[in-house]
Design a protein around this ligand. Sequence first.
Ligand code: ADP
Length: 397
Amino acid sequence: MADAVLVLNCGSSSIKYQLIDGAGNVLARGLAERIGEDYGRLTHAGPGGDVDRSAPIADHESGLRAILSAFDETGPPLDGDLLVAVGHRVVHGGDRFADPVLIDDEVMDTIRELIPLAPLHNPANLTGIEVARKFFSTVPHVAVFDTAFHQTMPEHAYTYAVPRQWQHDYGVRRYGFHGTSVAYVAREAARLLDRDPGEVNLIVAHLGNGASITAIARGRSVDTSMGLTPLEGLVMGTRSGDVDPAIGAHLWRLVGAGAETVDEALNRNSGLLALAGANDMREVHRKAEAGEDGASLALDVYCYRLRKYVGAYYAVLGRVNAIVFTAGVGENDADVRARSLAGLEWLGIEVDAARNVSTDRGARFISPAGAKVAVLVIPTNEELEIAREARAVAHSR
Ligand code: ADP
């Protein structure tokens, strides 16, 4: 029986993909990048070998065609005997999608209507779906949304205290992102704790280039730090996270800065980059070790913000089974993990120094044995989660 899912993650200038079988094995993976630019590149790894080809890729359709020809060279053949579904990552599902969904024309229209909420991402996701539906016309296509997992947030958590009609007319509310990653990690955490996913309370910190933290009560998201857009919350590589929303008006009054200038500054020129002069956390550590004050301050602000949210979500949840670190920084940065949880012993939160710096890369405990609150490091796997969800939707048709 066909059980493999082709997972597609289409950005504005790239297509990332993985072919994943029913047991979770990656049969092939690759990346078509710099689509629409002068120099395109396709890197692909399949069972029959690797492909690394540099040639211009005019658009997403050409990109997918190049990917298919790589599959022709390395196998496996992408036909109905193998593929049970194509799973598409879609960034914004607004309040319209609380679950993954089988894609039809109506779903496409709804994703299109949501473009104002994710003007950079949803159009690229849509293009990817359009092209893939042409190439794989007989296979079910499933959209898996970054926002869907957080649709369980209660009204008091997702409502901003702003004029009521802003939500009704313009969709101004909190949505949250990283939901696919958080859903995957939460299930893995329950497995590690040997508990039912529906009974655990967790605080999950997804710390990548973008960073967010989520409070999970009995397996469901009840609050998360990203809001209307992925700008709110934690300090990130280039994003500020929480700021006083009056910053925009202040700069406008002082120097006439327009909304776009401020938006650009807060999204692209803030965060670690603004404070440390580098957005890569490894580089921030190097600079701090070299005695650069800005980098030390950046680490202080980053870890302090994280600790503040852990405290807030502890209060939201009341009982916490585990705090989970995931994504690039969360999985690799023992210093950030230790510093952001330092001083929380009175809440039952402790990091074991030796476990924390272990070179083990798998899902693991870093709290001492018998700790009241487990602290876990769990490598995320969004592609695997998309494959799992897409397969479930395809099977339930
Ligand atoms: P994305 O959000 O793009 O998926 P990742 O989850 O890959 O990002 O995380 C990227 C971040 O992880 C970068 O800021 C990088 O500095 C950080 N990172 C990767 N490896 C390490 C490491 N060994 N120590 C600290 N930070 C790391």
